[in-house]
Every structure is written in C-alpha cells, then in structure tokens.
Design a protein around this ligand. Structure first.
Ligand SMILES: NC(=O)c1ccc[n+]([C@@H]2O[C@H](COP(=O)([O-])OP(=O)(O)OC[C@H]3O[C@@H](n4cnc5c(N)ncnc54)[C@H](OP(=O)(O)O)[C@@H]3O)[C@@H](O)[C@H]2O)c1
Length: 353
C-alpha cells in the first residue's frame, strides 16, 4: 500500500473539473445501450466516504438488471454494479472508521460500474493486506449470498451433503469453501466438462456435468442431498428437489435458465420458461418432509444491522481469497458482460480501473 495522503475531510464541492467515469444505461432492456461517459464529481456527503475504484465485481444480477429481467431493476437511467474495491480518497466530516489511503472493498445497491464511488462507511470493509483489488471486488456479494443460503436459510450442519449448482461461478465456488468450513460435503454441478476438471482440483467431493435429463442422471448416481443451492431453475431445480433427503432444504436464489442469449431478452422464450417453472405444494412438502426457501439479498441494503452481522460471521471463517477467473479493463465492460453471460466463466469476472 502506498503512503497515506493527509486526511481530507472535505464537505465542500470538489474543484471544478474533477470528473468520474461511469458505465450508464438510459434504461433497462438492451445491454447494448450501456455507455461509457464522464460526469462531474458531486459534493461528497458529510456522512460518506469517497473511494477511488480499482476493481468492480461483475454479477449475474447485472445482466438481469440491464435487460430488465430483475425485479429490483431501477426505473430509468442507472449505473449497474453491486460491488467494488479501491482506495479511500476523502472522508466526509461525519463519517468515521476509514481514512484516506485505506484499501477497501464495498457493496452498493447499483452504481458500482464507476471510477469513483461515494459510500456510507457501513457498506465498506477493509481489504485484507495480501489481497489485490480484483480479489476484493470479487468477495462481498458472492460471500454474503453463499453464507446466507448455507446458514440462515439452509441451516447447514456438519456432515450434511450439499448440492451446489453452477459450482464454478462466483457464488458456487464460495459456497464450496463455506460448506467445507462448516463441515459439510460439497457436490457441484456445471454445464461443461472443462469446468469440471478445474473444480475437482479445487475441493469439491464430487462434480457432475449436468446432462439433458438431469433427473435421470441424479437417479443413476444414487446421490441424495440435505441441502441444494439452486440459481438455475426449471427442470434442474425440479430434479434437485426430488433428490432431497427427508428434512432436506432447497434454497433458490436465481434463475439462470432465463439468461438472454443476446443483449436483449427474448420475451417469448422467457414467458414459455416462466409458465413451465417448478411450483411447489406446501401440503406435499409436509408429506415428503422437504422444504423450499428463497431470497434476494438486494434487500439487505436496507437492513444494515443484518448485513453487518453476516459480515462479522464471515470474518470469523478462515477463507482463501476468492478465485478471479478473468480480468477485463474497465473500458471493456461489454466484453466482460458477454463473457459472463456466455456461461463459460470459471471464478469471478472483474473489471479493473
Ligand atoms: N438472490 C440473490 O440475492 C443472489 C445474489 C447473488 C447471486 N445470485 C444468483 O446466483 C447465481 C450465480 O451468480 P454469479 O454472479 O456467481 O454467476 P456465475 O455462477 O459466475 O455465472 C452464472 C452461471 O450460471 C450457469 N448457467 C445456467 N444456465 C445458464 C444459461 N442459460 N446461460 C448462461 N449461464 C447459465 C453457468 O454455469 P453452469 O452452466 O456451469 O452451471 C454460468 O456460469 C446467478 O443466477 C445469480 O443471479 C442471486
């Protein structure tokens, strides 16, 4: 880390001419409308910390927000992005906990694809000294998601077997690490054999390359699960529910089967999939003694205390830095989003500023 700058507790507007670079869309619908632009820096609110962003973590939610397939998508123009890492450049007069020069990682409810971010300190965390900025930008969302799914909803206990779909992705790999840390046995599924080869080296007990008839594949393996983490949906989810043991839990937090093939959603295809989505009957759940839970962590933004306690719990789990699979220059956000949307990524996709 470089030498710390003098504390700058600026409450006045920045000098004329100070600007930041952002990726902004005029509105959800077509990823192609996402444009790079510059804008003047706003006055730093007294309760906020200003961060010079060095890396931005990409999430599947960015694709769904940009195409309008995400329930929390902002109306009108918005800057996508939920997490970042960088260096504190200024601190508002009423903000505490951070000083200029600090290396931090943070979460934001949109607005992450930006070279400078003003953020309340509650949404920032110190970046571990031996992590680079890309690793920091890769950490918050996937860790909170995996931890919340495994502990709060999944109630994972030592010795239980967990099926983790999209196991090579950001959330999937973190779920594997956390399952191991909690004494569980992680079994992953992926869409291609090349991903499976990597995962077997990374610590999964077993890795399945999903076949067209996933239900039959699970029956053939004879595997059953205490907990399933699913963000794919459709037939994969249905088959996973069927493979739960009595008292098993299916935790659903995404629907990658709706991923648009192009930059715009195919509404007909999406509608067809929506109509065929799995539905669950609570009376059946009582009889078979298996349950379904679901969540969207974007709502944690308004529950700072809950988020802080999840982060504190995560801080007590010894974990290696997250795997960054691909790094793209900030200016190549479209290439990075195309790569993530292709379903070929292993580990986190990150933009570097
Ligand atoms: N609810 C929440 O709060 C929350 C928070 C964070 C993330 N999520 C969800 O968790 C999932 C993982 O997020 P992530 O950012 O870590 O992404 P990721 O797992 O790195 O990438 C998504 C993966 O989905 C799989 N996939 C399945 N069907 C696909 C399709 N039709 N097109 C493209 N990919 C497809 C691909 O892997 P395989 O083919 O190998 O399976 C792909 O790599 C996403 O669905 C995301 O929306 C939810």
């Amino acid at each position: 880390m470089g030498a710390r700058a003098a504390v700058d507790r600026r409450e006045n507007p920045p000098p004329a001419g100070e600007r930041r670079t952002v990726w902004q869309t005029p509105g959800a619908g077509d990823i192609a409308r996402l444009c790079l632009r510059t804008e003047p820096l706003a006055t730093l609110p007294v309760t906020s910390v200003r961060v010079t962003v060095r890396a931005v973590g990409l999430n599947f939610a960015d694709i769904f927000a940009l195409t309008g397939l995400y329930s929390a998508t902002p109306r009108g123009a918005f800057i996508p992005g939920l997490e970042f890492a960088g260096e504190v450049s200024a601190v508002g007069g009423e903000a505490s906990g951070f000083s200029p020069g600090d290396r931090v990682m943070g979460v934001t409810r949109f607005g992450g694809y930006a070279s400078v971010i003003d953020c309340e300190p509650d949404y920032l965390m110190p970046l571990p000294d031996d992590w680079d900025f890309a690793q920091g930008a890769a950490w918050p969302v996937q860790s909170l998601t995996a931890w919340y799914a495994l502990t709060r909803l999944g109630a994972l206990r030592s010795g239980e077997r967990v099926l983790i779909h999209s196991a090579a992705g950001g959330v999937g790999l973190q779920a594997m690490q956390l399952t191991r840390a909690l004494g569980g046995s992680p079994v992953g599924t992926v869409g291609s054999e090349d991903k499976a080869v990597r995962l077997r080296e990374l610590g999964f007990d077993d890795v399945l390359v999903r076949e067209k008839n996933f239900h039959r594949q699970l029956q053939r393996t004879g595997l059953s699960f205490d907990l399933v983490l699913d963000a794919i949906g459709g037939a994969v989810q249905k088959a996973s529910f069927a493979a739960l043991k009595p008292m098993g839990r299916l935790v659903v937090f995404g629907a990658a089967e709706f991923t648009p093939r192009g930059k715009r959603p195919d509404y007909l295809r999406a509608a067809w999939r929506y109509l065929r989505r799995p539905r669950y009957d609570v009376m059946d759940m009582i009889s078979s003694n298996r349950s379904v839970l679901a969540f969207n962590l974007i709502w944690l933004w308004d529950r700072k205390d809950e988020m802080q306690s999840l982060l504190a719990e995560l801080g007590d789990v010894p974990l290696p830095p997250p795997l960054v699979g691909r790094r793209f220059p900030f200016a190549d956000a479209h290439a990075a989003l195309d790569f993530l949307r292709s379903g070929r990524s292993v580990g986190k996709v990150v933009l570097e500023c």
